[in-house]
Write a protein that binds this ligand. Structure first.
Ligand code: AMP
Length: 584
């Protein structure tokens, strides 16, 4: 059995808790998450607040002048903020929110690009005791409206351009009281509404002194919407205590050390961008690079070279995009600073690991988790050799299993539902307004993840696929219902069925099958119009890439679209059990 003590770079080497670890198995037997509590900096009044853990505890100590954020804008702008700067800006924003009547438990959403103000806003929200809801800035109006409406958000923080994109949804949001507009560097000339508040003006007047709300570890802190097979996305709500696991996985899985320069390429609109683009690195007091722009191999390598990035957290789609530009491009840059690379969100195919070995002279470490789990649960660790194609082994303190269709554990080697024993600190606490859906995720004392996997004799988990119709495109989950609902709003569409079609780069792309209303012809022009229509309503990532016209959709006798059948037909696979199929 691999031992933490036999490694060149043991991930636990800087952890103060349990310094005498002798191996993975032993740690798994003895470790309790409560051991980590003493590593945290509890509030003077006894509470726990993520913003205090990530910002003020460092700003109040020896790391005050250490850079927390190195920011590069999409036009090459650069800004740096120390932990003391972050304390000031987040304190000001918390005061702004207090001034607007925001208090404990209120929902405040951010719809911004990856700019420093986005990060100030999220931590200001947490300091004020409110619940932060970061939204993906590529979203179109429909996903933004659905999330603001469902959460009953009181305040939205956005930019002139993004506000313009969603201008018509505000009339549908009676609970939204304030819109705060951030105009980064004054570069956005899009007009705003007279009732909107200007971030820059509010911040100029706000005091930097703010006493962080004495939230308890059980208070809600952050919510992220995630897609399921049925209905609209659900808001998975996390508590302040999730920081325990975000902090410890930052050390154990990302292998963060105090002098690292860390870069997480995920957007805060997705859970990786908050748990590992904000909470894990900053609770560990680590400097992180934040890049506003999108993926381009040469720019990414330049960033690593310029900022001497040491630890990198990215996704298989990004790796596959980098692979396309080949190792000739990587060899033009000095990437020797890179010490440790992690990946999440989709299966990391062995070819990508092999390519990483050549391009970066090291393995890429795959790990598994999801919005509901709040933090990494299964991982390949620095102390062990990467088992190509496996997601790794459960984190100490986590019990994972493979269950059969009756939710009973299966032996190694067999495929079944991936399940986790509930009770880990970063476990979601509910789906907002949807306790029934939350309860439906727990069976026979297990949390059912929605994934299928198998485990080998050594305890390594191997991803097999989703157990439902949810589509994973470029590491983002897309619920087919959401896309179908958008398509049927077009006057020509009678019904729509949506599946994930395998794709060499993005793992899956969204494909729609559309039956038209009488009087409409299935022309290429209409296809293009529908593609554009969905893109404008949803976002390029969520909207279908392909549309096929069909006469009707296969349905069960209870009128549910049989997406499984659409997929089998698309891929030329056996149709399986069609006994519930309604006559087509
Ligand atoms: P999300 O909730 O959007 O973060 O997506 C979580 C889902 O992404 C999981 O339930 C899996 O289906 C998939 N996923 C995450 N990490 C991995 C991984 N390492 N390998 C395979 N699939 C993954």
């Amino acid at each position: 059995m691999a031992s933490y003590q036999t490694t060149k770079k043991p991930p636990l080497s800087r952890v103060k808790v349990r310094p005498n670890l002798t191996g993975y198995e032993r740690t798994r037997k003895t470790f309790r998450f409560t051991d980590v509590y003493k590593e945290l900096d509890w509030l003077p009044d006894g509470g726990l607040n993520k913003a205090h853990e990530c910002i003020d505890r460092h700003a109040n100590g020896a790391s005050a002048n250490k850079p927390a954020m190195i920011w590069e804008g999409k036009n090459g702008e650069q800004e740096r903020y120390t932990f003391a700067d972050m304390k000031r800006e987040t304190g000001k924003f918390a005061n702004v929110l207090r001034g607007l009547g925001v208090g404990r438990g209120d929902r405040v959403f951010t719809f911004l690009d990856r700019i420093p103000e986005h990060y100030f806003a999220v931590f200001g929200i947490l300091k004020a005791g409110a619940i932060a809801g970061p939204l993906f800035s590529a979203f179109g109006p429909d996903p933004v409206r659905d999330r603001l409406l469902d959460s009953g958000a009181k305040v939205l923080v956005t930019s002139p351009e993004l506000r313009g994109r969603i201008a018509h949804i505000f009339k549908d949001l009676p609970e939204l009281k304030h819109v705060i507009i951030v105009n980064k560097l004054g570069r956005d000339k899009t007009p705003i509404a007279p009732t909107d508040l200007r971030y820059e003006e509010l911040m100029a007047k706000a005091s930097a002194e703010f006493k962080t709300d004495n939230t308890s570890m059980f208070d809600y802190s952050i919510m992220h919407y995630t897609s399921g097979t049925t209905g609209k996305p659900k808001g998975a709500v996390h508590r302040h205590m999730a920081i325990v696991q975000q902090y410890i996985t930052g050390k154990w899985v990302l292998d963060l050390h105090p002098d690292d320069i860390y870069w997480c390429t995920a957007d805060p609109g997705w859970v990786t961008g908050t748990s590992y683009g904000m909470l894990a690195p900053w609770s560990n007091g680590v400097t992180q690079l934040i890049y506003e722009g999108g993926i381009r191999a040469s720019t990414w390598y330049e960033l690593v070279q310029r900022h001497k990035v040491t630890v990198w957290y990215t996704a298989p789609t990004a790796v596959r995009m980098l692979m396309r530009s080949g190792t000739r491009v990587t060899s033009q840059y000095d990437l020797s600073s890179l010490r440790y690379i992690n990946s999440v969100g989709e299966p990391l195919n062995p070819e990508a690991i092999v390519w990483g070995l050549e391009a970066f002279k090291q393995a890429i470490h795959d790990n598994w988790w999801q919005t509901e789990t709040g933090a990494i649960l299964i991982a390949n660790y620095a102390f062990q050799e990467v088992r190509h194609g496996s997601m790794g082994r459960p984190l100490p303190g986590i019990e994972a299993a493979i269950l059969d269709r009756s939710y009973n554990p299966l032996p190694p080697g067999q495929q079944g539902y991936l399940a986790i024993r509930p009770g880990w600190p970063s476990m979601f606490h509910t789906y907002w307004n949807n306790a029934d859906m939350y309860n439906s995720k727990f069976k026979k004392g297990w949390y059912i993840t929605g994934d299928e996997a198998r485990v080998d004799e050594d305890g390594f988990f191997w991803f097999v696929g989703r157990a439902d119709d949810v589509i994973n495109t470029a590491g983002h989950l897309v619920g087919p219902f959401e896309v179908e609902s958008a398509l049927i709003e077009h006057p020509a569409v009678a019904e729509a069925g949506v599946i994930g079609k395998p794709d060499p780069i993005a793992m899956e792309v969204v494909k729609a099958f559309v039956a038209l209303k009488d009087g409409y012809e299935p022309t290429d022009r209409l296809r293009q119009e529908l593609l554009r229509f969905a893109r404008e309503k949803l976002s390029a990532g969520v909207a279908p890439r392909e549309i096929d016209f069909v006469k009707s959709l296969p349905k069960t006798r209870s009128s549910k679209i049989m997406r499984r059948l659409l997929k089998a037909r698309e891929l030329g696979l056996p149709e399986g059990d069609t006994s519930t199929l309604e006559e087509e």
